[in-house]
Design a protein. Structure first.
Length: 272
């Protein structure tokens, strides 16, 4: 989880400091999806109409990963407005002096950029398309950039692409069998290779997130395996990967085996 958080942190900082130059004007909406195994055509924007830096960022979903991502944005000096269904988490941020909103739509009204980090596809659809969702304002929507960092299925991202006017969808994630699977879903091999070379292909499990207790301080293995990425969420991610592979007819035996292992772990009461 530590490596996943650092990777997401680097992506967000790059997006918020550099990639905002791809936003055309106030009414133009851009949707960036970092969900695995799918990509969609991008469109070009005229540089003469671009904003180079945004200051107000909305963040929705303050769980294990989202809270750390939001905290990093606060540390970087961004004006952050947050929302979460957990009232205790909302109170914690309010006590810290962070602006909190009761609905995703209120976050959208207060933000130039909105980032979502949610558990599942259904949560993402509710946050975007629900009665008080991000897109409730229609053409009057304030944010110029919508970033979904949730791990969701390609079909949900396609639904969102229809909902967001003139949106663009990108992909930035891959795993061991993703070269074949990713290319079948429209991701280039060069993009996947770049991702591999700065993440798990370098074997971060041994040099950054060692699974053996006592080897590295601060990682879950040295904390009796507490505070790591929940097994039920890993099972969900594997199910999404397997469904994507089945959709395009790509064989992924390692994913299938990992699915069974994590399903058994969860069935034996070790979901967290």
């Amino acid at each position: 989880m530590a490596m996943r958080m650092r990777t997401y942190g680097h992506r967000l900082r790059a997006l918020l400091s550099n990639s905002f130059s791809k936003v055309e004007h106030q009414s133009q909406q851009l949707l960036v999806s970092s969900s695995p195994f799918h990509s969609f055509p991008t469109r070009s924007f005229a540089s003469s109409n671009l904003s180079s830096h945004f200051e107000s960022v909305g963040f929705i979903g303050l769980g294990n990963m989202g809270s750390r991502m939001a905290n990093n944005l606060l540390k970087a000096g961004y004006k952050v407005t947050v929302h979460d269904v957990n009232c205790n988490v909302m109170k914690m941020y309010s006590d810290m002096g962070v602006s909190t909103k009761q609905t995703p739509f209120e976050v959208a009204e207060a933000s130039e950029v909105v980032i979502t980090m949610l558990p599942s596809s259904s949560h993402v659809l509710e946050v975007y398309n629900g009665p008080n969702g991000l897109l409730h304002g229609g053409s009057l929507l304030t944010p110029r950039l919508l970033i979904d960092s949730s791990t969701i299925d390609p079909q949900t991202s396609r639904k969102l692409s229809v909902s967001v006017s003139n949106c663009t969808l990108k992909d930035t994630k891959g795993v061991s069998e993703a070269l074949a699977l990713g290319q079948s879903l429209g991701i280039t091999a060069s993009t996947l290779t770049k991702i591999f070379n700065c993440s798990s292909a370098r074997c971060w499990s041994s040099d950054s997130y060692n699974p053996v207790p006592g080897v590295m301080p601060g990682v879950p293995s040295s904390r009796n395996y507490s505070g790591g990425f929940a097994s039920k969420l890993m099972a969900k991610d594997l199910n999404l990967a397997a469904a994507s592979a089945e959709e395009v007819g790509v064989k992924s035996p390692l994913t299938f085996l990992a699915q069974n292992i994590y399903a058994e772990i969860c069935e034996n009461g070790h979901e967290s």
